[in-house]
Design a protein around this ligand. Sequence first.
Ligand code: 5GP
Ligand code: MN
Ligand code: MN
Length: 411
Amino acid sequence: MQTQRGYEVVSNEAGGVPIKAWTVGVPFEDEAKKQLRAMASLPFVHKWIAVMPDVHRGFGATVGSVVATAGAVIPAAVGVDIGCGMIAVRTTLRAEQLPDSLGKVRSAIEKAVPHGRTDNGGRNDRGAWQDSPAMHRDAWAHLKPGYDAILAKHPRLGRGPDLGHLGTLGTGNHFIEVCLDEAGQVWLMLHSGSRGVGNRIGSHFIELAKEDMRRFFIHLPEADLAYLPEGTEYFEDYLHAVSWAQEYAAMNRELMLRSVVEALKASGELPAFELTEAAVNCHHNYVAREHHYGKNVFVTRKGAVRAREGDLGIIPGSMGARSYIVRGKGNAEAFHSCSHGAGRVMSREAAKRRFTLEDHAKATAGIECRKDAEVIDETPGAYKPIDAVMTAQADLVDVVHTLRQVVCVKG
Ligand code: 5GP
Ligand code: MN
Ligand code: MN
């Protein structure tokens, strides 16, 4: 039912805070509602939970959820993909300046940024920064002291080769695209996060929170809701580590974008070009201190983007759908947030059963991208229709640019 206020309220007889969902006209699975109700039952959730139209069930916490907490944080609500997000920048290039065949542009990108589990077209996934330009070394010199301080207190995190992931894309849903906007201007856009080291930090503190729950005899409806109360030993450590991983993620995106720009300039495939303005770089899995409804709180956005009034954000569609550069409207009831994409409408397994290689080829016709069986779980039909998702959040953001990819590199 369309409501004037833009959201619908998810029934929650079990008690707890209300659940306000910007999901009018989009699929919203019961499994996700169940997960949200458990989250809403926690005593330290501030006001209500805001749900974005790309909502679906996630590991630990619901994707597309925005939760403000006072006096505690829930490490699993951020998850292990700490700082995952998007970066996008407009170039001076025009659509008509792109070559007719984009195969070489795609391989130039694939060579410039290590991606996937192994050595797909690039340098070894494990050692990107070691043999990389000075920018990787400088970035690591900036990040290293912070990590050393975390490690000194939490040696279980380990030093492993994951630190060499800086400047690498990762697998699965992570991607790099060349897009055209509504005016025929070329954009570069990519999706990645804090890689292995963020994953280790997330897993470590989720485990510590679970241990604390046992230690304090706190029983939860779901183990993944384990939280770290303010004032306890690991609370400050987590906030410190998570914000370090978030910085790593943002820098990782910057580094890869710069590698892509340099590689395209050197490729001989394109005329000389520049970037027209600063890149938009936004997290969609993270926690931040914010002020809402009279209180200082921790806002956890898991699969959601900050959209204060005037904030620029990125909402990607899928391998074959439109993506959007948006400007926040500063909707207070949504804790100044919007969706982080279209959101999955089915699991990876279901997508592999449902779609054929021909379906995928049709859905990505004209796009220079992977068409192999391994990428079927990422096919456009596995995601919600982006048009409906954008309509459902019309009171959260305005569309600034509509992007259509011509090249998509997937991890
Ligand atoms: P997640 O961070 O949850 O893995 O994905 C974020 C969003 O990115 C998804 O909800 C989906 O809408 C979008 N997406 C997934 N794959 C692609 C892709 O290859 N290209 C674009 N433009 N968007 C994608
Ligand atoms: Mn990610
Ligand atoms: Mn992501």
